[in-house]
Write a protein that binds this ligand. Sequence first.
Ligand code: DX5
Ligand code: ZN
Length: 217
Amino acid sequence: MALIAPSILAADFANLQRDSEMVNESQADWFHIDVMDGVFVPNISFGMPVMDAIKRHAKKTMDVHLMIVQPERYIEEFKAVGADILTVHYEASTHLHRTLQAIKAEGMQAGVALNPHTNVNVLEDTIEDIDLVCLMSVNPGFGGQKFIERTYEKVRALRKMIDERGASTKIEIDGGVTSANAAQLVEAGADVLVAGSFVFKSDDPKATIADLKKITE
Ligand code: DX5
Ligand code: ZN
């Protein structure tokens, strides 16, 4: 059964308490929090004060996805506002290994996100140090985009690398996840599915989360 992480990017920002409580009451496992700086990606979402506000209501693991340049500058700040898992982009990290160690030193789990164009083999020298690999199945920056089919191949290749190395790294899929691709993603080796629009734009988000959970049994 996959872990389900609703992406708050698709929530109603004027009703963050209500939407956070919905996630608390649902079968979701994590909160997925997308931080965008308008530089690494062509969009700005929100930063620490909003994350802090969500954290006051959220009662589950806070999975924070930083789509920002030089993410190493803000590790302590995200710990302070409640991040449990802190994911940085491979493409934004010149000294990735050092950044992973710094995240762990703050007591968080360390994640690495890969853009659709980045091959999973770039993680061969760090996979044992990574708690979570977030495979972007859309180009980061916006919710509601179409799932990139090539992702299945990447999941399989990464699963193989992780298993061969005996690592315990989790594979997360982020972007365009729906009930139409969830089962196939888990079959390919995914552990965590992020879902934004599919959950929050549905008529009954709680039931949609339950469906995703069931599909991936
Ligand atoms: C995209 C974000 C995703 C986004 C997913 O840059 O990283 O987490 O919220 O949204 P959907 O599920 O709508 O593609
Ligand atoms: Zn994300």
